[in-house]
Design a protein around this ligand. Structure first.
Ligand SMILES: [Zn+2]
Length: 310
């Protein structure tokens, strides 16, 4: 018998009501769990790590976890930055646009397109510069002047920014990072997921990452394939993490209807069969994500629990 932890990313919000989900309502809810570690941002990385027992993650972790999740090899002294590609018009940046497949000028940097508007930049041997770099995250409040996104503290990075601000797009750098080692997750454990950050967490904690064909990390994911993979994993591993990301993405798109529809499908197509198995099931959100404003919100999350015969 296995323990299955189903993390439903961004499940809750101010208007979330367990009464809308009859199976969850019928499960025991023995606790409210504070998932955001003290002093940390409310994001999937920190909250999921906390759920897995890492309550004080090292700083500057996100870019490295993205690289791990994408299967990108990095060396210990590499500097890693996330790139969000934004529309550029008359010196001002706007909405995210599709990431290009390559940088405009080849240089010492390595660039990886991560799909959507996301990319990753690797500067070999530059990890020692990590704390000198100053970048203004594009989602900060205030000005949307492209010049304010120009990184400070590392001339090569500023040069890459200048070279790639052209033809209506500009790179917004953020999430500077370097490789770190964390102790492996105690015990044999498997992870079933489709999102890059969860794949990265699995590799960071040396948990067995199980591929799921058709898992997209969004509402169009193949729930039947994820269920089948989780059920097979539960026969082999004493602890299985099943991460489901679509509700968070729908919330970021401010689509409350799609979020509710997706959660209903998750309940019927994933949670119900798992409740009818001989395994113990825990269900929790990593954090709330509000469809009203598209943002994450911290605060205690209800833990749901089901074990056959209890
Ligand atoms: Zn999110």
């Amino acid at each position: 018998m296995s323990r299955l932890l189903c993390i439903i990313d961004g499940m809750t919000d101010a208007s979330f009501s367990v009464a809308d989900y009859p199976l969850l309502a019928a499960m025991r809810s023995p606790a409210q769990v504070q998932t955001t570690p003290r002093g940390q941002k409310t994001e999937s990385l920190t909250c999921i790590l906390a759920l897995l027992g890492v309550s004080t993650p090292p700083p500057f972790l996100r870019g490295y976890v993205e690289a791990l999740g994408a299967g990108i090899d990095v060396d210990r002294d590499d500097l890693i930055l996330r790139i969000s590609w934004l529309a550029l018009q008359e010196g001002r940046y706007g909405a995210p646009v599709a990431a290009p497949s390559a940088l405009r000028h080849s240089c010492a940097a390595r660039y990886h397109c991560l799909g959507g508007y996301q990319g990753l930049l690797i500067l070999p041997g530059a990890a020692a510069m990590l704390e000198q770099i100053r970048v203004r995250p594009f989602f900060s409040k205030g000005s949307n002047k492209a010049a304010d996104l120009r990184p400070q503290g590392l001339p090569l990075l500023a040069q890459i920014f200048d070279q790639n601000c052209a033809e209506g797009i500009c790179p917004a750098f953020w999430g500077q990072s370097r490789p770190v080692s964390l102790p492996p997750f105690p015990g044999r454990a498997a992870v079933v997921c489709g999102s890059g950050v969860m794949r990265g967490i699995a590799r960071l904690l040396a948990m067995q990452l199980l591929p799921v064909p058709g898992a997209t990390g969004d509402v169009d994911t193949d729930l039947a394939a994820k269920l089948a993979t989780a059920q097979a994993a539960a026969e082999e591993y004493p602890f299985v993490v099943l991460h489901i990301n679509g509700a968070d993405e729908a919330s970021h798109r401010r689509d409350a209807v799609a979020k509710h529809r997706f959660l209903t499908r998750v309940e019927q197509q994933v949670l119900r069969p798992l409740c009818n198995s001989r395994h113990t099931l825990y269900v929790i959100a990593d954090h709330a994500t509000e469809p009203s404003n598209g943002r994450h919100r911290g605060g205690p999350q209800p833990l749901f629990y089901h074990a056959m015969g209890k």
